[in-house]
Design a protein around this ligand. Structure first.
Ligand SMILES: [Mg+2]
Length: 259
């Protein structure tokens, strides 16, 4: 499908594999974002990566030379925090890193070893003791949540296991299936539709995984995939239904060429 980028008002970008390889912007991305903002398009970033909080990502952008407001960044940690807040859950056991703890704390959620909710996320310090604690809590009635199911992500040129394998350990031990609060869940979708004033037909989501496409489709947005991240040409071509993007962006400059 040919997309008329000029007519679109709101651009949602996935971060890892799409905007950057974590260390550096992917080619042209910084320029594309600057140009979209100059043309008064609304730009948002959606990520399941909870290494950083919403505030942390704004700082990272700033260090990389782009001024992005916190409100333009939607992390799975933020979605989780607001979800727990709305449900009156104020204590959570989190397998995750500092960014996740920051997003939760900023919304009044206490991160503690004893809680009725277990939230699994990416954690480079995941270990047996954490698995055991999650196992004990869930066996005695705690609910299991996750910030996503990605199997891998890219830092520089190297691929790393993501939250998926960590979650698999917890799910295998407890025989419970986690409720996903990140992309492509309905909970993440509702957060975006509640927090951002938009008409879905004016929006596009650009990502590097078929789950990004699935998420964008579920929101009623146009969808595009880039080939700078996880997904390859063949998997995109074989994708069907809600996993099939409207377009493959082989040249990211297409977005801004006719703005
Ligand atoms: Mg990605």
């Amino acid at each position: 499908m040919l997309i008329n980028y000029k007519n679109l008002k709101t651009f949602f970008f996935d971060l890892d594999g799409t905007v950057w390889n974590w260390r550096d912007f992917n080619p042209q991305m910084r320029h594309i974002i600057e140009k979209l903002e100059k043309k008064h398009k609304k730009v948002f970033f959606i990520t399941n990566n909870t290494i950083l909080s919403q505030t942390g990502y704004a700082r990272k952008f700033s260090r990389m030379g782009l001024q992005i407001a916190e409100e333009q960044i939607i992390t799975a940690g933020l979605v989780a925090a607001k979800y727990f807040q709305a449900k009156g859950i104020d204590r959570v056991y989190a397998i995750g890193e500092q960014g996740l703890v920051e997003d939760l704390s900023a919304h009044g959620i206490t991160v503690t070893d004893a809680a009725r909710a277990v939230l699994v996320s990416y954690d480079r310090n995941f270990n047996y003791a954490k698995l055991k604690n999650a196992y004990d809590l869930i066996r005695t009635g705690a609910e299991l949540y996750t910030t996503g199911r990605e199997t891998s992500w890219i830092v520089g040129t190297e691929k790393y296991p993501a939250v998926g394998p960590i979650l698999a350990a917890v799910e295998a031990a407890t025989k419970k299936e986690a409720i996903n609060l990140g992309k492509p869940s309905a909970i993440m979708k509702q957060r975006i539709l509640d927090d951002i004033f938009l008409f879905p037909e004016d929006c596009i989501l650009i990502g590097d995984e078929l789950s990004d496409v699935e998420f964008g489709s579920s929101c009623g947005f146009r969808t595009a995939v880039v080939l700078t991240g996880i997904v390859d040409d063949n998997s995109v071509k074989e994708a069907q239904g809600t996993l099939k993007p409207d377009t493959i962006l082989r040249d990211i400059n297409e977005i801004t060429r006719n703005l």
